[in-house]
Design a protein. Sequence first.
Length: 418
Amino acid sequence: MKNWAGNLEYSSAHVERPESVAELARIVKRAGRIKALGSRHSFNRVGDTDGVHVLLDALPQEVLLDRERSTVKVSGGVSYGALCRTLEQSGMAIHNLASLPHISVAGAVQTGTHGSGVNNPSLAGAVESIDLVRPSGECVTLTRADGDEFLASVVGLGALGIVTGLELTVRPSFRMRQRVLENLPWDRALTDFKDIMSSAYSVSLFTDYAGETISQVWLKALDQEPPLADLFGATAATFPRHPLPDMSAENCTIQLDEPGHWLDRLPHFRHEFTPSKGEELQSEFILPLENAPEALQAVRGLADKLAPLLFVSEIRTGAADEFWLSPFYQQQSVALHFTWKPLQPEVEALLPELEDALRPFGARPHWGKLFSPAGHDWESLYPRFAGFRSLASSHDPEGKFRNGLLDHLLGVPAASGR
Protein backbone atom coordinates (compact mmCIF):
# COMPACT_ATOMS: atom_id res chain seq x y z
CA MET A 1 0.00 0.00 0.00
CA LYS A 2 1.02 3.58 -0.61
CA ASN A 3 -0.20 6.87 0.82
CA TRP A 4 -2.37 9.34 -1.10
CA ALA A 5 0.63 11.21 -2.50
CA GLY A 6 2.43 8.03 -3.52
CA ASN A 7 5.65 9.25 -1.90
CA LEU A 8 5.87 6.40 0.59
CA GLU A 9 5.09 2.70 0.63
CA TYR A 10 3.83 1.38 3.94
CA SER A 11 5.96 -1.16 5.80
CA SER A 12 3.30 -3.41 7.33
CA ALA A 13 3.69 -7.17 7.22
CA HIS A 14 -0.07 -7.75 7.23
CA VAL A 15 -3.30 -5.81 6.62
CA GLU A 16 -6.64 -6.36 8.39
CA ARG A 17 -10.09 -4.93 7.56
CA PRO A 18 -12.24 -5.53 10.65
CA GLU A 19 -16.00 -5.28 10.19
CA SER A 20 -16.81 -4.42 13.81
CA VAL A 21 -15.19 -2.69 16.76
CA ALA A 22 -15.22 -6.00 18.64
CA GLU A 23 -13.24 -7.63 15.82
CA LEU A 24 -10.84 -4.68 15.80
CA ALA A 25 -10.34 -5.05 19.56
CA ARG A 26 -9.43 -8.73 19.14
CA ILE A 27 -6.94 -7.86 16.40
CA VAL A 28 -5.34 -5.17 18.56
CA LYS A 29 -5.11 -7.45 21.58
CA ARG A 30 -3.13 -10.15 19.76
CA ALA A 31 -0.94 -7.85 17.64
CA GLY A 32 2.69 -6.98 18.29
CA ARG A 33 2.86 -3.62 16.55
CA ILE A 34 -0.26 -2.18 14.94
CA LYS A 35 -1.48 1.10 13.42
CA ALA A 36 -4.73 2.24 11.83
CA LEU A 37 -5.01 3.92 8.45
CA GLY A 38 -7.85 6.17 7.30
CA SER A 39 -7.74 8.10 4.04
CA ARG A 40 -3.90 7.79 3.92
CA HIS A 41 -3.51 11.52 3.45
CA SER A 42 -0.40 11.82 5.64
CA PHE A 43 2.86 12.59 3.86
CA ASN A 44 5.17 11.06 6.46
CA ARG A 45 5.29 7.79 8.40
CA VAL A 46 3.12 8.87 11.35
CA GLY A 47 0.65 6.11 10.39
CA ASP A 48 3.18 3.47 9.36
CA THR A 49 4.05 0.20 11.12
CA ASP A 50 6.22 -2.83 10.56
CA GLY A 51 3.48 -4.93 12.13
CA VAL A 52 -0.24 -4.99 11.29
CA HIS A 53 -2.14 -2.24 9.51
CA VAL A 54 -5.87 -2.04 10.14
CA LEU A 55 -8.07 -0.25 7.63
CA LEU A 56 -11.22 1.23 9.11
CA ASP A 57 -13.31 1.47 5.94
CA ALA A 58 -15.14 -1.83 6.60
CA LEU A 59 -16.35 -0.76 10.05
CA PRO A 60 -19.97 0.44 10.26
CA GLN A 61 -19.92 4.00 8.95
CA GLU A 62 -22.29 5.64 11.41
CA VAL A 63 -23.36 9.28 11.59
CA LEU A 64 -25.80 9.70 14.49
CA LEU A 65 -27.20 13.18 15.16
CA ASP A 66 -28.33 14.19 18.66
CA ARG A 67 -30.30 17.39 18.19
CA GLU A 68 -30.97 17.81 21.89
CA ARG A 69 -27.25 17.92 22.71
CA SER A 70 -26.24 19.57 19.40
CA THR A 71 -23.73 16.81 18.70
CA VAL A 72 -23.11 14.13 16.10
CA LYS A 73 -21.52 10.74 16.80
CA VAL A 74 -19.40 9.65 13.84
CA SER A 75 -17.34 6.55 13.15
CA GLY A 76 -13.64 7.31 12.88
CA GLY A 77 -13.29 6.11 9.29
CA VAL A 78 -16.05 8.36 7.91
CA SER A 79 -14.86 11.12 5.58
CA TYR A 80 -15.73 14.75 6.18
CA GLY A 81 -17.53 14.80 2.84
CA ALA A 82 -19.86 11.97 3.89
CA LEU A 83 -20.38 13.49 7.34
CA CYS A 84 -21.21 16.91 5.93
CA ARG A 85 -23.74 15.63 3.41
CA THR A 86 -25.57 13.76 6.16
CA LEU A 87 -25.52 16.79 8.45
CA GLU A 88 -26.79 19.13 5.75
CA GLN A 89 -29.70 16.80 5.01
CA SER A 90 -30.69 17.29 8.66
CA GLY A 91 -30.19 21.05 8.55
CA MET A 92 -27.00 20.97 10.63
CA ALA A 93 -23.31 21.82 10.14
CA ILE A 94 -19.88 21.73 11.72
CA HIS A 95 -17.84 24.87 12.29
CA ASN A 96 -15.11 24.44 9.68
CA LEU A 97 -13.51 22.17 7.10
CA ALA A 98 -10.06 21.54 5.69
CA SER A 99 -9.31 22.31 2.04
CA LEU A 100 -10.13 18.69 1.09
CA PRO A 101 -13.41 17.07 2.25
CA HIS A 102 -12.09 13.62 1.30
CA ILE A 103 -10.05 13.06 4.48
CA SER A 104 -11.20 10.84 7.36
CA VAL A 105 -12.50 12.41 10.56
CA ALA A 106 -10.29 10.36 12.90
CA GLY A 107 -7.08 10.84 10.96
CA ALA A 108 -7.62 14.58 10.54
CA VAL A 109 -8.35 15.12 14.23
CA GLN A 110 -5.45 12.94 15.44
CA THR A 111 -2.92 14.97 13.44
CA GLY A 112 -4.29 18.47 14.19
CA THR A 113 -5.67 19.20 10.71
CA HIS A 114 -7.55 22.47 10.29
CA GLY A 115 -9.29 24.95 8.03
CA SER A 116 -8.88 28.72 8.31
CA GLY A 117 -10.30 31.68 10.23
CA VAL A 118 -8.82 33.66 13.11
CA ASN A 119 -11.74 32.65 15.35
CA ASN A 120 -12.18 29.10 14.05
CA PRO A 121 -10.54 26.25 15.99
CA SER A 122 -8.98 23.32 14.16
CA LEU A 123 -11.15 20.30 13.34
CA ALA A 124 -10.24 18.87 16.75
CA GLY A 125 -11.97 21.85 18.35
CA ALA A 126 -15.37 20.28 17.68
CA VAL A 127 -14.59 17.05 19.57
CA GLU A 128 -16.70 16.35 22.67
CA SER A 129 -15.82 12.68 23.13
CA ILE A 130 -13.47 10.11 21.61
CA ASP A 131 -13.70 6.31 21.45
CA LEU A 132 -10.41 4.42 21.58
CA VAL A 133 -9.21 0.82 21.47
CA ARG A 134 -6.31 0.50 23.91
CA PRO A 135 -3.34 -1.88 23.37
CA SER A 136 -5.02 -4.50 25.57
CA GLY A 137 -8.10 -4.47 23.32
CA GLU A 138 -10.09 -2.52 25.92
CA CYS A 139 -12.57 -0.04 24.41
CA VAL A 140 -12.81 3.28 26.25
CA THR A 141 -14.69 6.55 25.76
CA LEU A 142 -13.20 9.82 26.97
CA THR A 143 -15.15 13.08 27.29
CA ARG A 144 -14.26 16.62 28.26
CA ALA A 145 -15.11 15.62 31.85
CA ASP A 146 -12.01 13.38 31.79
CA GLY A 147 -9.80 16.45 31.75
CA ASP A 148 -6.14 15.86 30.93
CA GLU A 149 -6.70 12.35 29.62
CA PHE A 150 -9.17 13.72 27.07
CA LEU A 151 -7.02 16.75 26.17
CA ALA A 152 -4.03 14.49 25.53
CA SER A 153 -5.95 11.98 23.43
CA VAL A 154 -7.81 14.06 20.84
CA VAL A 155 -4.66 15.07 18.92
CA GLY A 156 -2.88 11.86 19.83
CA LEU A 157 -0.92 10.76 16.73
CA GLY A 158 -2.36 7.28 17.19
CA ALA A 159 -0.06 6.77 20.21
CA LEU A 160 -2.81 6.33 22.83
CA GLY A 161 -5.19 4.05 20.94
CA ILE A 162 -6.99 3.42 17.69
CA VAL A 163 -9.85 5.90 17.25
CA THR A 164 -13.15 4.20 16.37
CA GLY A 165 -15.54 7.09 16.97
CA LEU A 166 -15.84 10.76 17.83
CA GLU A 167 -18.62 13.00 19.06
CA LEU A 168 -18.55 16.45 17.49
CA THR A 169 -20.37 19.68 18.29
CA VAL A 170 -22.74 20.76 15.54
CA ARG A 171 -24.63 23.95 14.77
CA PRO A 172 -27.54 24.89 12.47
CA SER A 173 -26.72 24.87 8.78
CA PHE A 174 -25.52 28.18 7.35
CA ARG A 175 -24.92 29.72 3.96
CA MET A 176 -21.76 31.29 2.61
CA ARG A 177 -20.25 33.05 -0.39
CA GLN A 178 -16.75 32.70 -1.76
CA ARG A 179 -14.74 35.31 -3.59
CA VAL A 180 -11.18 35.27 -4.90
CA LEU A 181 -9.14 38.46 -4.96
CA GLU A 182 -5.86 38.81 -6.83
CA ASN A 183 -2.50 40.56 -6.50
CA LEU A 184 -2.47 41.62 -2.86
CA PRO A 185 0.65 43.80 -2.36
CA TRP A 186 3.09 42.18 0.05
CA ASP A 187 3.71 45.44 1.88
CA ARG A 188 -0.02 45.76 2.65
CA ALA A 189 -0.25 42.08 3.61
CA LEU A 190 2.54 42.45 6.15
CA THR A 191 1.31 45.77 7.55
CA ASP A 192 -2.34 44.77 7.85
CA PHE A 193 -2.01 41.00 8.20
CA LYS A 194 -4.50 40.37 11.01
CA ASP A 195 -7.10 42.72 9.52
CA ILE A 196 -6.84 40.92 6.18
CA MET A 197 -7.10 37.47 7.75
CA SER A 198 -10.10 38.66 9.81
CA SER A 199 -11.96 40.11 6.83
CA ALA A 200 -14.20 37.03 6.36
CA TYR A 201 -15.21 33.86 8.21
CA SER A 202 -12.34 31.97 6.54
CA VAL A 203 -9.43 33.52 4.62
CA SER A 204 -6.56 31.88 2.72
CA LEU A 205 -3.63 33.50 0.90
CA PHE A 206 -1.86 31.69 -1.96
CA THR A 207 1.69 32.63 -2.93
CA ASP A 208 5.12 31.38 -3.99
CA TYR A 209 6.78 34.18 -1.94
CA ALA A 210 8.42 35.67 -5.04
CA GLY A 211 7.58 39.09 -6.47
CA GLU A 212 5.80 42.02 -4.87
CA THR A 213 2.26 40.62 -4.63
CA ILE A 214 0.41 37.61 -3.20
CA SER A 215 -1.30 36.00 -6.15
CA GLN A 216 -4.67 35.07 -4.61
CA VAL A 217 -6.82 35.76 -1.53
CA TRP A 218 -9.72 33.35 -0.98
CA LEU A 219 -12.50 34.90 1.13
CA LYS A 220 -15.19 32.57 2.47
CA ALA A 221 -17.82 34.88 3.96
CA LEU A 222 -21.01 34.16 5.84
CA ASP A 223 -24.01 35.05 3.74
CA GLN A 224 -24.83 38.06 5.93
CA GLU A 225 -21.29 39.47 5.72
CA PRO A 226 -21.07 42.27 3.13
CA PRO A 227 -19.10 41.34 -0.01
CA LEU A 228 -15.72 43.00 -0.43
CA ALA A 229 -15.00 44.61 -3.80
CA ASP A 230 -11.32 44.93 -2.99
CA LEU A 231 -8.99 44.32 -0.07
CA PHE A 232 -5.97 46.48 0.73
CA GLY A 233 -5.07 46.82 -2.94
CA ALA A 234 -6.15 43.37 -4.17
CA THR A 235 -8.83 43.22 -6.88
CA ALA A 236 -11.65 40.76 -7.46
CA ALA A 237 -11.12 37.90 -9.90
CA THR A 238 -13.60 38.04 -12.76
CA PHE A 239 -13.72 34.28 -13.37
CA PRO A 240 -13.33 31.20 -11.11
CA ARG A 241 -9.78 30.47 -10.05
CA HIS A 242 -7.75 27.42 -8.99
CA PRO A 243 -4.99 27.99 -6.39
CA LEU A 244 -2.51 27.01 -9.09
CA PRO A 245 -2.55 29.63 -11.86
CA ASP A 246 -2.44 27.18 -14.78
CA MET A 247 -5.11 24.77 -13.48
CA SER A 248 -8.80 24.73 -14.35
CA ALA A 249 -11.16 25.72 -11.53
CA GLU A 250 -13.61 22.97 -12.48
CA ASN A 251 -12.95 20.93 -9.34
CA CYS A 252 -12.89 23.96 -7.01
CA THR A 253 -15.83 25.07 -4.89
CA ILE A 254 -18.08 27.79 -6.35
CA GLN A 255 -16.76 31.36 -6.30
CA LEU A 256 -17.84 34.80 -7.60
CA ASP A 257 -19.97 35.45 -4.50
CA GLU A 258 -22.61 32.91 -5.47
CA PRO A 259 -24.40 31.89 -2.23
CA GLY A 260 -24.37 28.25 -1.23
CA HIS A 261 -24.35 25.86 1.70
CA TRP A 262 -21.40 25.77 4.10
CA LEU A 263 -20.17 22.35 2.94
CA ASP A 264 -19.94 23.62 -0.65
CA ARG A 265 -17.90 26.72 0.23
CA LEU A 266 -15.61 25.95 3.21
CA PRO A 267 -13.40 23.41 1.38
CA HIS A 268 -11.38 24.58 -1.61
CA PHE A 269 -12.28 21.48 -3.61
CA ARG A 270 -15.60 19.82 -4.34
CA HIS A 271 -16.23 16.44 -2.78
CA GLU A 272 -17.44 14.94 -6.07
CA PHE A 273 -14.05 15.58 -7.69
CA THR A 274 -10.66 14.16 -6.83
CA PRO A 275 -8.67 17.41 -6.58
CA SER A 276 -5.49 15.95 -8.08
CA LYS A 277 -3.72 12.67 -8.60
CA GLY A 278 -1.94 13.20 -5.30
CA GLU A 279 1.35 13.81 -7.07
CA GLU A 280 2.51 16.41 -4.59
CA LEU A 281 4.17 16.69 -1.19
CA GLN A 282 3.12 18.87 1.73
CA SER A 283 4.68 20.55 4.75
CA GLU A 284 3.11 23.00 7.17
CA PHE A 285 4.34 25.08 10.08
CA ILE A 286 2.04 26.72 12.66
CA LEU A 287 3.20 29.65 14.78
CA PRO A 288 1.73 32.46 16.92
CA LEU A 289 -0.37 34.88 14.90
CA GLU A 290 1.52 37.92 16.17
CA ASN A 291 4.72 36.50 14.64
CA ALA A 292 3.24 36.24 11.16
CA PRO A 293 4.70 39.38 9.51
CA GLU A 294 8.28 38.65 10.62
CA ALA A 295 7.98 34.95 9.80
CA LEU A 296 6.62 35.68 6.34
CA GLN A 297 9.48 38.06 5.68
CA ALA A 298 11.91 35.33 6.69
CA VAL A 299 10.28 32.89 4.27
CA ARG A 300 10.33 35.50 1.51
CA GLY A 301 14.07 35.61 1.98
CA LEU A 302 14.16 32.01 0.75
CA ALA A 303 11.91 32.64 -2.28
CA ASP A 304 14.62 31.86 -4.82
CA LYS A 305 15.10 28.41 -3.26
CA LEU A 306 11.42 27.76 -2.54
CA ALA A 307 9.82 28.77 -5.83
CA PRO A 308 11.42 26.06 -8.01
CA LEU A 309 10.13 23.34 -5.62
CA LEU A 310 6.68 24.79 -4.90
CA PHE A 311 3.36 24.31 -6.58
CA VAL A 312 1.98 26.91 -4.15
CA SER A 313 2.01 27.94 -0.49
CA GLU A 314 -1.19 28.62 1.45
CA ILE A 315 -1.34 30.93 4.46
CA ARG A 316 -4.20 30.32 6.92
CA THR A 317 -5.10 31.08 10.54
CA GLY A 318 -6.76 29.30 13.46
CA ALA A 319 -8.03 29.88 16.99
CA ALA A 320 -6.32 28.56 20.12
CA ASP A 321 -7.29 25.26 21.72
CA GLU A 322 -6.25 23.18 24.76
CA PHE A 323 -5.26 19.85 23.18
CA TRP A 324 -1.78 18.94 24.36
CA LEU A 325 -0.22 18.15 20.97
CA SER A 326 -2.35 20.45 18.86
CA PRO A 327 -0.23 22.89 16.83
CA PHE A 328 -2.78 25.49 18.00
CA TYR A 329 -2.26 24.71 21.69
CA GLN A 330 -2.93 27.89 23.68
CA GLN A 331 -2.16 30.23 20.78
CA GLN A 332 -4.12 31.97 18.05
CA SER A 333 -2.02 30.97 15.08
CA VAL A 334 -0.99 31.40 11.49
CA ALA A 335 -0.29 28.28 9.43
CA LEU A 336 2.21 28.36 6.56
CA HIS A 337 1.42 25.46 4.26
CA PHE A 338 3.75 24.37 1.45
CA THR A 339 2.50 22.22 -1.43
CA TRP A 340 5.66 20.88 -3.03
CA LYS A 341 6.31 19.32 -6.38
CA PRO A 342 7.01 15.56 -6.11
CA LEU A 343 10.74 16.13 -5.64
CA GLN A 344 11.24 14.57 -2.22
CA PRO A 345 15.07 14.53 -2.06
CA GLU A 346 15.20 18.21 -3.00
CA VAL A 347 12.39 19.13 -0.60
CA GLU A 348 13.96 17.22 2.30
CA ALA A 349 17.27 18.93 1.58
CA LEU A 350 15.63 22.36 1.82
CA LEU A 351 13.39 21.67 4.84
CA PRO A 352 16.12 22.17 7.51
CA GLU A 353 16.89 25.62 6.10
CA LEU A 354 13.19 26.54 6.05
CA GLU A 355 12.77 25.22 9.59
CA ASP A 356 15.81 27.20 10.74
CA ALA A 357 14.25 30.35 9.29
CA LEU A 358 10.99 29.71 11.15
CA ARG A 359 12.46 28.45 14.44
CA PRO A 360 12.76 31.91 16.08
CA PHE A 361 9.01 32.35 15.65
CA GLY A 362 7.98 29.17 17.52
CA ALA A 363 6.91 27.16 14.46
CA ARG A 364 5.23 23.81 15.16
CA PRO A 365 5.18 21.32 12.25
CA HIS A 366 1.93 19.70 11.16
CA TRP A 367 2.14 16.11 12.43
CA GLY A 368 0.95 14.53 9.18
CA LYS A 369 3.24 16.35 6.78
CA LEU A 370 6.93 16.47 5.93
CA PHE A 371 9.27 17.92 8.54
CA SER A 372 12.64 17.11 10.10
CA PRO A 373 11.92 15.17 13.32
CA ALA A 374 15.37 15.92 14.75
CA GLY A 375 15.11 19.63 14.00
CA HIS A 376 12.72 20.67 16.79
CA ASP A 377 12.75 21.08 20.57
CA TRP A 378 9.39 19.41 21.20
CA GLU A 379 9.21 20.16 24.91
CA SER A 380 9.82 23.85 24.23
CA LEU A 381 7.18 23.94 21.50
CA TYR A 382 4.62 21.92 23.48
CA PRO A 383 4.46 22.66 27.23
CA ARG A 384 2.63 19.35 27.84
CA PHE A 385 4.91 17.22 25.66
CA ALA A 386 6.62 15.47 28.57
CA GLY A 387 3.20 14.69 30.02
CA PHE A 388 2.09 13.21 26.70
CA ARG A 389 5.22 11.06 26.53
CA SER A 390 4.54 9.78 30.05
CA LEU A 391 0.90 9.05 29.24
CA ALA A 392 1.84 7.17 26.06
CA SER A 393 4.34 5.06 27.98
CA SER A 394 1.76 4.35 30.68
CA HIS A 395 -0.97 3.26 28.27
CA ASP A 396 1.33 1.49 25.81
CA PRO A 397 4.40 0.30 27.75
CA GLU A 398 5.28 -2.30 25.12
CA GLY A 399 5.10 0.15 22.22
CA LYS A 400 2.29 -1.57 20.33
CA PHE A 401 1.18 1.70 18.71
CA ARG A 402 4.70 3.00 18.15
CA ASN A 403 6.60 3.23 14.87
CA GLY A 404 9.89 4.73 13.78
CA LEU A 405 8.61 8.31 13.80
CA LEU A 406 6.89 8.02 17.20
CA ASP A 407 9.93 6.25 18.65
CA HIS A 408 11.99 9.25 17.56
CA LEU A 409 9.52 11.80 18.94
CA LEU A 410 8.63 10.08 22.20
CA GLY A 411 11.67 7.93 22.95
CA VAL A 412 12.15 4.26 22.12
CA PRO A 413 9.87 2.05 24.24
CA ALA A 414 10.95 -1.05 26.14
CA ALA A 415 12.54 -3.84 24.11
CA SER A 416 9.61 -6.10 24.97
CA GLY A 417 7.53 -4.10 22.51
CA ARG A 418 9.65 -5.14 19.54
